[in-house]
Write a protein that binds this ligand. Structure first.
Ligand SMILES: Cc1cc2nc3c(=O)[nH]c(=O)nc-3n(C[C@H](O)[C@H](O)[C@H](O)COP(=O)(O)OP(=O)(O)OC[C@H]3O[C@@H](n4cnc5c(N)ncnc54)[C@H](O)[C@@H]3O)c2cc1C
Length: 442
């Protein structure tokens, strides 16, 4: 993204063609509203397992633990799903920020292949979970088009995916610039790769299905109940709530980008960052089909990614996102910037109007790899770096096995979780890092 792009001054198209106001709620909440008005119900004073955070990871873990007969209490500071779970793009893939080649160079082939194979397990976990709990969330293996913003980038993508094909058996097709228009009506990109089996879903409906599965299995879910602290006792844990305490035999903390005072140890090891997304006013099914004939999930290969797709469940609209790491909390300005990025790709879309724009919080670790583990007896999973839909689902299942003491809870991502001296969970230096990344992209 250029510096000039940072200072877009064109007026914000305030609402759709019918005059609807710009909404700052995630579009996904239309089909899957959060129970925002719900008054907190007092949690019980004892539980076998307390889960802090009712996102994807928390709900999956709760469903499996409750099905195994444990008395599970899930606590969320907001409505369940308030976090990244219902704010994401619904891309389901098999990638880390570090490519397989980079990981081999850093950690050696055995560990890199093990980590990437586990990404495959996480990818499968979403499909299996949708089937197991009968979740109607537009899950579809629609394929992904990975786009290159330079010829050199495309060559690097081909090298990386050839390595994955050789070592993991993953399949891909090269889409050259001449064939690109069969997939996407733009000459902005220098071709890319198509991965046919990658999937997409509707994040709101996916999370609503997970929450329903956890409830149906018997988990007790408590909204608007922030955990203020966790103390380890002789035979379990005590969780401090605003007006009560909860004593639990085991604790699972899955607060990801929203981690804070409940467990400062975790917050000090995560780097929270914001991502932004928008949904257009209807532009017509035919027009959307003409822009994105491939009907894939589309994303480029930059650090500072742009992504876009047809809206699942409403094919007359586009959903698009980017500007990750931006700290401008004025969502109206972010809507302008996201719109400007779409116009750079599709210049004919000058009548594009933004109807919803929102932000959500992600988290990375200092080595940009997700983590699952246990510290001081507390189970955790976090640091998904943009792959929380598959990894949150997978880690939710692993966390349940770990709490149950069952086989199959091992992970290539159970590694020491490091921090930096003096870091307390506020990455004030992040804008400089993202600026550096943008320069690297250019
Ligand atoms: C704009 C955007 C696009 C994204 N796109 C994708 C994508 O396409 N594919 C993908 O795989 N990933 C994507 N992600 C990342 C993904 O959404 C997250 O990694 C994932 O949702 C985080 O895991 P989670 O759902 O378990 O946690 P979250 O949903 O983030 O839940 C954490 C919960 O913890 C609660 N909490 C925090 N502190 C406390 C406390 N003290 N007491 C009680 N509760 C507490 C919060 O209220 C919150 O509900 C995207 C993220 C964003 C923001």
């Amino acid at each position: 993204m250029s510096g000039a792009m940072d200072r877009v001054t064109e007026p914000l198209p305030a609402g759709d063609a019918t005059g609807t106001a710009l909404s700052f709620d995630p579009w996904w909440w239309r089909a899957a509203p959060l129970s925002r008005a719900q008054a907190p119900t007092p949690p019980p004073t004892r539980a076998d397992v307390a889960i802090v955070g009712a996102g994807i990871t928390g709900c999956v873990a709760a469903a499996h633990l409750a099905r195994a007969g444990r008395h599970v209490v899930v606590l969320d500071a907001h409505a369940p799903g308030h976090g990244g779970a219902t704010r994401n793009a619904g891309y389901v893939g098999r990638s880390l920020k570090h490519g397989l080649g980079e990981l081999i160079a850093r950690d050696g082939r055995a560990r890199a292949v093990r980590a990437y194979r586990e990404l495959g397990t996480a990818f499968d976990a979403v499909k299996e979970t949708v089937a197991e709990f009968g979740i109607d969330c537009h899950y579809r293996q629609q394929g992904r088009l990975l786009l290159a913003t330079s010829a050199a980038m495309r060559d690097a993508m081909v090298r990386e995916y050839t390595l994955r094909a050789d070592l993991l058996g993953e399949r891909f097709d090269v889409v050259d610039r001449a064939a690109q228009r069969d997939e996407i009506a733009t000459d902005h990109y220098h071709g890319g790769l198509r991965i046919d089996d990658h999937a997409g879903l509707h994040p709101g409906l996916y999370h609503a299905g997970l929450l329903q599965a956890a409830r149906a299995a018997g988990a007790s879910i408590h909204a608007h109940t922030p955990v203020r602290g966790i103390r380890r006792d002789a035979d379990g844990f005590t969780l401090a709530l605003d007006a009560a305490r909860l004593v639990a035999g085991a604790v699972v903390v899955v607060t990801n980008g929203y981690s804070g005072a409940a467990w400062p140890w975790l917050a000090r090891r995560l780097v929270p960052f914001d991502a932004y997304q928008a949904v257009s006013a209807p532009i017509g099914e035919d027009r959307v089909r003409a822009l994105l004939p491939g009907d894939r999930t589309f994303i480029d290969w930059n650090f500072d990614v742009d992504w876009f797709r047809r809206v699942p469940g409403d094919p007359s609209r586009l959903v698009f996102g980017g500007l990750t790491g931006g700290r401008d909390q004025d969502l109206g300005v972010m809507a302008q910037r996201l719109r400007a990025r779409m116009l750079r790709i599709f210049p004919d879309l000058h009548d594009l109007r933004v109807e919803h724009v929102w932000t959500g919080r992600c988290a990375g670790t200092f080595d940009v790899e997700p983590r699952i583990g246990m510290h001081d007896g507390i189970h955790y999973a976090a640091g998904y770096c943009f792959v929380g839909v598959p990894m949150g689902t997978h880690f939710g299942r692993l966390l349940a096995r770990r709490v149950l003491g069952a086989a199959g809870g091992e992970s290539a991502f159970d590694l020491p979780l490091r921090t930096l001296p003096f870091y307390r969970g506020d990455p004030w230096w992040l804008p400089a890092v993202f600026r550096w990344m943008r320069r690297h992209d250019r």
